[in-house]
Every structure is written in structure tokens, then in C-alpha cells.
Design a protein around this ligand. Structure first.
Ligand code: GLN
Length: 308
């Protein structure tokens, strides 16, 4: 197989075209009504190689919401501020056989399983300091920094749509208040809804993948947040729970730390090598992009990217 160094837009185009038609076997998320309006045919694939160079094909200017991919950034900030020990006293390092919005053992164990499922992610965001919208602003600023894209913003329409219909998330939030894991008010839950609504492109995702693959060094070499332990923590969480209950099988078939979102994006870190970002809105039954997964699988095989 070829090495990551030889990645070409020609090969990326071949992979994209080979998988394009599979969007028909997925379903665009519509439990958040605004997401249901996404174009099921839009498709993009981007790679940031070892040198930080961007290669991308398809609808590369198409923006979509980050959704659960934002959980990686929130975890980084919560750990930067509180330390890993304090954060993981409140939640587990466990993998999962449950869907992303499951209450899992919140009731029985009194703690979320991990920071990649909704319960743990809502708790993680509540651990970022500051009143009102400030914790969200820190998340947005970090996404802007990592992508070197200061104009990135969140979709007010998707945010309102999530806030209105996010009853399960609100339920988890209140159980965590009940057991004393969360002390703030609902503005903390609003920040979770806002972070899910940050809009970006497949290229932006590839830059995030690169960042966690390279000890939190930015694709252009900026080392402001360099932290090898942080990148190991985030990638390990992506590996065990980033694709939810599909994570184990995904570790077997792809073998790379990855994080999906119900907006149809998936971010992949290729440790020490680079990042991959994909977008295609239709999802499988686990909430992972159908075409996105297939493109990542082909890339991982052709360039021998899996860590095992
Ligand atoms: N905003 C979504 C939710 O909370 C995020 C879930 C996801 O992307 N898997 O339901």
C-alpha cells in the first residue's frame, strides 16, 4: 500500500466517487428538526498530511454543524482548566454498547460512562469556567484557533432547534444536578447545544484531526497548546467511544481515533501523521455517516493508516 506521504487528490477523488451512491442507505438526522433540512447528496473528503498541507475533494466549502465532534474540544478545555484527575473523578473512561443519547449507568453508577456520549459531554462543558455564554465562547475560540479560521461561528437556527427539542439532554442535565455532579443552571446546557451547532467544513475537521494527532500542534506549526499527554487523552477517548456503540467494530476495521457527529461529519486522527475530515449527512443506525465511514475505511486500507 501507499504511504500517507503520497496522498493525492486524484486518489481522494477515486475513493469519494466509489462511495458516493451509498448515501441512499443512510438517513439524515431529523430528531433535531433543522438538521433534517441538510442536503443528503453533499459530500466532502479532506486530508491534512504530515507537513500540514491540505488536500480536499468534493463539496469542500459546504458547511455543516459539528455536533458531537465538539465534545473533543470541550474535553480539552475542561482538562486544561481542572486537570484530568478532577474531570475523570466525575465520569468514567469506559467504552460503550449504548447509543450516544443513552442514560447508560448515570442512574445506577451515578456517573456518565465517558465524555464522548451526551451525558459526559454535557457534564464536561459544565466544568469549563465562566458565567453565561463564556464557556461556549472558549470552545468556539479554540475551534477557530485549531482551524486558523477566525470567522467560524455557530448556527443560531440549529441551536434553537436543539434547545427546543433536546428533552433527553435536558433530562440528563437534571439527573446530574440531582446527584450533585452539576451545580450551574440551564445556561450550561445551552452552551452544550451551542457547541453542537458550530458550523465548519471537512477541511476544518481534517485540521482538528491533525491537531490531536500531533501533540496539539496546529497544522501550520503553531505550538501554543502543544501537549503530548492531552493529545493521548483525547485520542484514546475517540478510539474507545468516538463512534459510540460502533467504536469497537470500528477499531477493528479502521483502527484510528475518530469522532463522529450527527451532522454527518467525522474527524479522524492518524497518530503522528495527519488528519482526515469527511462530510456526508445520511447516517447509519448508530448515528455515524454512512459514506463518511466507507471513505475512511478505504483511505485507511489504501494508505495503511490503522494503528494496529
Ligand atoms: N447535538 C446532538 C445531541 O445532543 C449531538 C449528538 C451527536 O452528534 N451524536 O443529540
Amino acid at each position: 500500500s501507499k504511504s500517507f506521504k503520497e496522498i493525492s487528490t486524484r486518489d481522494l477523488t477515486t475513493i469519494m466517487e466509489k462511495n458516493r451512491s451509498y448515501y441512499e442507505s443512510g438517513k439524515v438526522a431529523d430528531y433535531i428538526p433543522e438538521l433534517g433540512k441538510m442536503d443528503p447528496k453533499a459530500l466532502a473528503l479532506a486530508v491534512v498530511d504530515e507537513k500540514g498541507k491540505i488536500h480536499s475533494v468534493g463539496d469542500i466549502n459546504k458547511k455543516f454543524t459539528m455536533q458531537s465532534i465538539s465534545k473533543t474540544i470541550a474535553l480539552m478545555l475542561a482538562v486544561m482548566e481542572n486537570g484530568e484527575k478532577t474531570v475523570f473523578e466525575k465520569m468514567g473512561y469506559y467504552g460503550t454498547d449504548k447509543p450516544f443519547n443513552h442514560f447508560a449507568n448515570l442512574e445506577t453508577m451515578g456517573k456518565p460512562l465517558n465524555p464522548m456520549m451526551n451525558a459526559g459531554a454535557i457534564l464536561t462543558t459544565s466544568l469549563i469556567s465562566g458565567s453565561g455564554q463564556l464557556p461556549f465562547d472558549k470552545i468556539l475560540d479554540m475551534v477557530r484557533y485549531i482551524t486558523n479560521n477566525p470567522t467560524l461561528d455557530y448556527s443560531r437556527i440549529v441551536y434553537e432547534s436543539e434547545k427546543e427539542t433536546g428533552h433527553r439532554n435536558r433530562g440528563m442535565f437534571h439527573i446530574m444536578k440531582n446527584v450533585g455532579l452539576i451545580s450551574g443552571g440551564e445556561e450550561q446546557l445551552d452552551n452544550y447545544f451551542r457547541q453542537c451547532s458550530i458550523e465548519l467544513t471537512a477541511e476544518d475537521l481534517a485540521k482538528i484531526g491533525y491537531f490531536f494527532a500531533h501533540q496539539c500542534i496546529r497544522f501550520d506549526g503553531d505550538k501554543r497548546y502543544k501537549d503530548a499527554e492531552m493529545s493521548k487523552l483525547i485520542q484514546s477517548q475517540m478510539l474507545i467511544a468516538g463512534m459510540y456503540e460502533f467504536s469497537g467494530e470500528y477499531a477493528r476495521t479502521v483502527g484510528l481515533p475518530s469522532k463522529s457527529g450527527v451532522g454527518g461529519g467525522i474527524v479522524v486522527s492518524v497518530p503522528q501523521q495527519g488528519g482526515i475530515g469527511v462530510f456526508s449527512a445520511p447516517l447509519d443506525s448508530h448515528g455515524n455517516s454512512v459514506v463518511g465511514y466507507r471513505m475512511i475505511l478505504d483511505l485507511a486500507k489504501q494508505y495503511n493508516l490503522g494503528v494496529f
